[in-house]
Design a binder for this molecule. Structure first.
Ligand code: 5GP
Ligand code: ZN
Length: 115
C-alpha cells in the first residue's frame, strides 16, 4: 500500500472517515465535501491509481463496486428517483485522488452535460 495515498490510509483506518459499508474488497465512505444530498465514495480496498489502470484481474472488483453502489442507493432511498455514478479519470477528467473510486451522487436532479 502506498503510504502517501489518502484513500489507502482511510481504507486502513489510519485516517478517520464516515464509513457506511465495508467488505473484503470495497469500502464506502461519505464524501468530505458533498456535492449532493447523498454523496458517497465507493473505494477499492486494493490500491489501483485510476480506472485506466484496471486490468482483467480487476473485473470482478469493478462489478462488485457497481453492486455495492446499487445496494447503497437503495439503502439511501435514492434508487427509485435515480442517481449518478461518476468516475473521474486523470487530470482532464477531474480526478484529484489517485486511488480507484466511484462517486455515488443523488437526492437532487443532475444536469447534463457535466461541467
Ligand atoms: P476525485 O476528484 O478524485 O474524483 O474525487 C475525490 C473526492 O474525494 C472528492 O469529492 C473529495 O471531496 C473527496 N475527498 C478528498 N479528501 C477526502 C477525505 O479526507 N475524506 C473524504 N471522506 N473525502 C475526501
Ligand atoms: Zn491508495
Amino acid at each position: 500500500m502506498p503510504s502517501d495515498c489518502l484513500f489507502c490510509r482511510i481504507v486502513a483506518g489510519e485516517l478517520p472517515s464516515a464509513q457506511i459499508y465495508a467488505d473484503d474488497s470495497v469500502v464506502a465512505i461519505r464524501d468530505i465535501s458533498p456535492q449532493a444530498p447523498t454523496h458517497i465514495l465507493l473505494l477499492s480496498r486494493k490500491h489501483i491509481a485510476s480506472v485506466r489502470d484496471v486490468t482483467a484481474k480487476d473485473h470482478d472488483l469493478i462489478g462488485k463496486i457497481c453492486a455495492v453502489g446499487t445496494e447503497l442507493a437503495t439503502r439511501e432511498g435514492i434508487a427509485e428517483d435515480g442517481y449518478r455514478l461518476v468516475v473521474n479519470v486523470g487530470r482532464n477528467g477531474g480526478q484529484t485522488v489517485d486511488h480507484l473510486h466511484v462517486h455515488l451522487l443523488g437526492g437532487r436532479h443532475m444536469s447534463w452535460p457535466p461541467g
